[in-house]
Design a protein. Structure first.
Length: 615
């Protein structure tokens, strides 16, 4: 896509078993300056050109394989093996072979990734100092996780349908699809005009890996200008909104040792205790009326009779004797209730660290299938948004069970393909079903069964194969036209971030718009003639890129506004100025947040990359 030379290190099966994979990888292996090496696990073999690019078949990224792939002359290397250890070993070898190399690693362990990133950056800095400079290359190390990158989009698909969310370090952007004719303001910016035949709900976000529905006669128009938005008739819009993010909003006691009082005793036991208290109060009032004693003294005598420690009412009026007998009877009923309360409280404390069951009456929740790498990250995002979740997991040793236990999220253990498992997760009262297991057939079977129970249920599927996802999406749309169906590919959602890191830029996230994708990136203005020295209005190119915000925290004191009157004091805690006037001139030292199409961003940054490499 960027018109650069790419070397792929892939297994032989990628070519012989599934030929389209190599073709798609070559088209999506975005981004290199001189040469980019994109490594994935494979078998030992020879190297050969593939469609103008170079293919290296190798069992693993050893020093000899990396040297054969040209890593010593490369500008960037992406390591996307499934195994963290393999990626780390290859990164250490590549850093030694080429200290100027830009590294992008796929690691699930975030804490380990931070340490590896610091280690490799320090090694690059020392090597550059010894060689007397870096030669204009950005020898940075970026550690990414496809699970973290794709989780916000999966969550947005499940809880908000057509809304998309981009999250990064406290920055939360929400793209809302508005049907044609619906007002409500333009938000921060109008990102796209939807297809002429789409309504922005059922027709979008559908099939194939991150992407779209059945395209209409008129496709979506990304980053339109004011005239196009004004003249658009009968087309929905995608509007960007900013949402302040102040951290997780979870119920109190989610991670505490002492459970809440309501969870200590069952509902039936609480009603029993309330009934006994009512009986004692009634007996005390009756005793006060019969004997004429003070209510407090009557209550005291009733309690003595209740616990069988009062003297028998011999010679007392008949009413007093009857009340004493009734108090004794209530005392007999109190003993088993107190014993049950003690046993329930002890059982609650013992199971405080165990998995919770879905509570009775639960509704409007999200049923999450699978607590693997992706499911764990999705669960965390859902709880950060304070959305009720019920998880379904077949393996008792799944990595996400510890997270579910810590967040006090109900979990149903069982095979989702068996009867009764989804019913135990209250699927008939759920808001959405989010199937993110590693098996496409399992996700599809769960979705079909859930639709048979509730035809209007919102369904989000994680499907790897694009063709399979498209076929499933179209069939489900035809069978349930009024229901919301989404199909997502984690690889498709995460790929732009990995490609962007290889180009040396910071990708904040990606938002799918039907069958196209909008990227959000933080870019240094310096060195980009399309931005530097131009006003915000002049820098805007319809259908390619648009400047959204100015990062005041980069290169200046965040307490001093960079743009006069652009925001009120304290309104931008993240240091981003959103209301940039069109006449503001972008300086070389500025850092901006922009939205762009893939080709627009490639044009904006690829030209600078080639010039820097040639110089």
């Amino acid at each position: 896509m960027y018109g650069e030379q790419v070397t792929l290190v892939v297994p032989a099966s990628e070519r012989t078993v599934r030929p389209p994979v190599v073709g798609r990888a070559r088209a999506a292996s975005a981004a290199l300056l001189d040469r980019v090496v994109n490594a994935a696990a494979g078998r030992t073999g020879a190297s050969e050109p593939v469609g103008g690019e170079r293919l290296v078949e190798a069992a693993e990224a050893t020093e000899a394989v990396l040297a054969d792939a040209g890593v010593e002359r490369a500008a960037a290397l992406a390591l996307v093996y499934d195994d963290d250890e393999t990626n780390i070993r290859a990164a250490l070898t590549a850093r030694r072979l080429n200290p100027r190399l830009r590294l992008v690693l796929r690691l699930y362990n975030r804490r380990l990734g931070q340490h590896i990133e610091e280690l490799l950056d320090q090694a690059a800095a020392l090597a550059s100092g010894d060689s007397g400079g870096d030669g204009g290359f950005d020898a940075s190390t970026t550690v990414l996780s496809d699970a973290d990158t794709a989780a916000p989009a999966l969550v947005a698909s499940a809880v908000a349908g057509t809304s998309k969310v981009v999250q990064t370090d406290g920055l939360l952007l929400r793209a809302v699809e508005r049907p044609a004719g619906q007002g409500g303001g333009a938000g921060l910016a109008t990102l796209a005009l939807l297809s002429g035949t789409g309504n922005g709900t059922a027709g979008s976000d559908g099939a194939g890996g991150g992407g779209g529905g059945v395209a209409g006669e008129q496709g979506p128009e990304l980053l339109p200008d004011a005239g196009a938005v004004r003249d658009a008739v009968g087309r929905g819009t995608v509007v960007l909104e900013q949402v302040s993010y102040a951290g997780p909003s979870l119920p109190s006691g989610r991670g505490g040792v002492v459970p809440p009082f309501a969870s200590l005793f069952s509902r039936r036991l609480r009603w029993s205790l309330a009934g006994l208290v009512g009986c004692v109060a009634a007996l005390a009032v009756a005793l006060s009326v019969v004997t004429g004693e003070h209510p407090l003294f009557a209550t005291y005598e009733t309690l003595l009779d209740l616990f069988a420690i009062n003297d028998p009412a011999l010679g007392a009026p008949i009413g007093r004797q009857i009340l004493q007998l009734l108090a004794g009877l209530v005392g007999l009923l109190l003993l088993p209730v107190l014993l049950a309360a003690v046993l329930e409280a002890l059982g609650t404390f013992r199971s405080a660290s165990a998995l919770r069951k879905p509570p009775r009456g639960l509704g409007g929740h999200v049923v999450l299938l699978g607590l693997g790498k992706i499911g764990t990250r999705v669960l965390t995002r859902l709880r950060e948004l304070d959305i009720p979740v019920v998880c379904v997991e077949s393996g008792p040793e799944a990595r996400g069970l510890a997270t579910a236990r810590r967040l006090r999220v109900p979990v149903v253990l069982g095979d989702v393909t068996q009867e009764g498992v989804l019913e135990a997760a209250k699927i008939h009262r759920a808001h959405a079903l989010l199937a993110v297991t590693s098996s496409d057939t399992t996700n599809l079977e769960a979705a079909l069964y859930a639709r048979s129970v509730r035809p209007d249920l919102r369904v989000v599927l994680r499907l790897y194969d694009d063709d399979f996802a498209t076929a499933v999406y179209r069939t489900l749309r035809a069978a349930h036209p009024r229901a919301s169906t989404r199909s997502r590919s984690v690889s498709h959602l995460a790929a732009p971030a990995f490609a962007g890191a290889m180009m040396g830029r910071q990708i904040l996230g990606a938002i799918p718009v039907e069958r196209r994708v909008l990227l959000f990136a933080a870019v240094e203005v310096g060195g980009h003639p399309q931005l530097e020295g131009r006003t915000v209005g002049e820098a805007f190119r319809a259908g390619a890129w648009r400047v959204l915000a100015l990062d005041t925290a980069a290169g200046r004191d965040a307490a001093e506004p960079a743009v006069e009157g652009a925001y009120e004091e304290g309104a931008v805690p993240s240091g981003l100025v959103w209301d940039l006037p069109d006449n503001y001139v972008l300086k070389g030292a500025d850092r901006v947040v922009l939205a762009a199409t893939r080709r627009g961003l490639a044009e904006l940054l690829g030209r600078r990359a080639r010039d820097a490499a040639l110089s």
